[in-house]
Design a protein around this ligand. Structure first.
Ligand code: SF4
Length: 299
């Protein structure tokens, strides 16, 4: 992997599974917050996931889009010498997660995690394939998910939906597809894909009805916060179990592409979801103002 990109990411806390691949993990802030006995992420509220037992990882950091709202750096494009085999990812996962959380080890510093939380964190039960990059660009994704499932993990796959062929072959516990535009023109402007993948994303959405699934829409004020009827139609046709309408967060490298004013308040996100709900059978079933996200379910 390109060394500049690698060094920069390591400084940000990424742990790589192998030297030549970009497969990596990085605990999110909610994982650490939960370890300290604090709040958990909205996925705990919506889906019962324990944040301190969650591994946030990706089998590749490569991506075929350059979304304006993405927190990743696009300064260095990731180049991989080889893919990391699924069995290596599985074998090294616990050790890398432990290394990432070492500062929270209650034996070293009892003012941080309790022994109970620390022990639970060392035995993660949830794998979120959602760190950064597009996981469906990893050729052995179906195999990796099967292996994780076999080991008893709950698997969440988060994809930009550009590879419906790969989505069809993957069987995670829950599949997330991003839908960040009401129409093709807006998609090309906000997601800046390598090629026009709008039709592929539509195909991926139609795969959701036969599985436990969610669509995530990141609302960027002034960019994709219109077209409620169009969003509603795509949600309706997908039969996804859940729709997450989430406000863009002004964090990471996205700050070089967008402005603070593009980050909508929770009420704005909620109102937009309510507007969408007028045109489909989905309605708000839960919400988390801290993460500026509402969860819609089909009524
Ligand atoms: S698809 Fe995901 S990883 Fe790729 S640029 Fe968009 S937000 Fe970032």
């Amino acid at each position: 992997m390109q060394s500049e990109a690698c060094k920069s990411l390591e400084k940000q806390g990424y742990q790589f599974f192998s030297k030549k691949s970009s497969a990596a993990l990085k605990p999110c802030m909610w994982n650490k917050r939960a370890l300290l006995g604090g709040d958990m992420c909205y996925k705990h509220q919506f889906y019962g996931i324990s944040s301190h037992r969650c591994v946030q990882m990706t089998p590749t950091l490569k991506c075929n889009q350059r979304c304006l709202f993405c927190w990743r750096s696009m300064e260095y494009e990731v180049e991989e010498d080889e893919e990391c085999p699924p069995e290596i990812i599985l074998k090294r996962m616990h050790a890398l997660q432990k290394k990432s959380l070492a500062g929270y080890n209650w034996i070293l510093d009892s003012s941080t995690a309790t022994e109970e939380l620390w022990k639970e964190a060392l035995s993660p039960d949830m794998i979120a394939i959602s760190l950064s990059g597009e996981p469906t660009l990893y050729s052995r994704l179906p195999e990796l998910i099967d292996l994780l499932n076999e080991k008893g993990h709950t698997t969440f796959l988060v994809s930009n939906g550009t590879r419906p062929d790969m989505i069809a072959r993957c069987h995670p516990y829950q599949t997330y597809i991003s839908l960040d535009a009401p129409d093709r023109k807006t998609y090309l402007k906000i997601c800046r894909p390598e090629n026009d993948f709008w039709d592929e994303i539509q195909k991926s959405l139609l795969l959701l009805k036969d599985r436990r699934s969610a669509i995530r829409t990141t609302v960027v004020a002034g960019y994709n916060d219109f077209g409620a009827e169009e969003y509603a139609k795509m949600y309706q046709d997908s039969f996804a179990d859940f729709i997450e309408v989430k406000g863009y967060m002004f964090v990471g490298h996205s700050r070089q592409r967008l402005l603070q004013e593009n980050m909508p308040e929770h009420e704005y996100v909620r109102d937009f979801a309510l507007e969408i709900s007028k045109y489909c059978d989905y309605d708000i079933i839960d919400e988390n103002p801290v993460s500026r996200v509402v969860c819609m379910g089909r009524l």
